[in-house]
Design a protein around this ligand. Structure first.
Ligand code: PGA
Length: 268
């Protein structure tokens, strides 16, 4: 776990830049991408920024092997999991199986899981608890649709998802977690939220966490922004006091653009 001593994020939090590959890249293509990343990321890039990649399940073992053999300073992540440790759940993957592959971060409740696969808040919460139980860190995703934003219900939606997602999680665990604010209208659309809008909702996430789990947990929890983040939009977003990283989809499939986001401090 990061020590929180870096100078990148607000409040001394070490920013986390995560690449969500979604359903892209077979294991050969995955190996090529992480090797390129290993070549592009310099030591100083990852001194104050943590990086994770979230390949499809079928790539995890191959990516783990390359990251460890080549000592690439990138954490391994997964995109989803089941909430049970084992059992008759055809087609599912259990948290302990991910932990055994040295997976550190698991994305939970991505809007594509919620919208396309019917994951309700209660299921998302169970997954958060089981990821924590297996010793990994959940990246809990929250965010509103464009209709919800236009109707002025962004706050209610995000607060509701944060509260439901973190139910039953201890304050210490909450403090070590990551919440990704991903407005659904910005995902894969090229429409990135303005830095001030993203900041406003990330601050709301933090104040909600403070109510739920106390000031200490709120101060150490990392809030990512996700939705069409590119190398040119990363510096403005990352300059915001409550934005401690990015969850990157499309741009994480290209080594240069993902490295460019990780190197956001070099811009300008
Ligand atoms: P995007 O995806 O960067 O392609 O918009 C972000 C995400 O869904 O995590």
């Amino acid at each position: 776990m990061p020590s929180g001593s870096g100078s990148g994020g607000g409040g001394g939090r070490v920013p986390l830049i995560s690449g969500n590959w979604k359903m892209h890249l077979n294991h050969f293509e995955a190996i090529t991408l992480v090797q390129k990343l290993g070549y592009l990321l310099r030591k100083e890039d990852v001194e104050e920024v943590e990086v994770s990649v979230h390949p499809p399940f079928t790539d995890l073992r191959s990516v783990q092997t390359v990251l460890e053999a080549d000592k690439i300073p990138v954490a391994l992540g997964a995109q989803n999991c089941h909430w049970e440790d084992k059992g008759a759940f055809t087609g599912e993957v259990a948290p302990p199986m991910l932990a055994k592959l040295n997976v550190s971060y698991v994305i939970v409740g991505h809007s594509e899981r919620r919208e396309l696969f019917g994951e309700a808040d209660e299921v998302v919460n169970r997954k958060v608890l089981s990821v924590l139980g297996a010793g990994m860190t959940p990246i809990l995703c929250v965010g509103e649709t464009s209709a919800e934003r236009e109707a002025g219900s962004t706050e209610a939606k995000v607060v509701g998802q944060v509260r439901a997602g973190l139910a039953g999680v201890s304050p210490a665990q909450v403090g070590a977690m990551v919440v990704a604010y991903e407005p659904i209208w910005a995902i894969g659309t090229g429409r990135v939220a303005s830095a001030s809008d993203a900041q406003e909702v990330c601050a709301l996430v933090r104040s909600t966490v403070a109510e739920l789990a106390g000031a200490e947990a709120a101060a150490s929890l990392r809030a990512q922004y996700g939705g069409s983040v590119k190398p040119d939009s990363a510096p403005g977003l990352m300059a915001m006091p409550d934005i401690d990283g990015a969850l990157v989809g499309g741009a994480s499939l290209d080594a240069e653009s993902f490295a460019g986001i990780v190197q956001y401090r070099l811009a300008g």
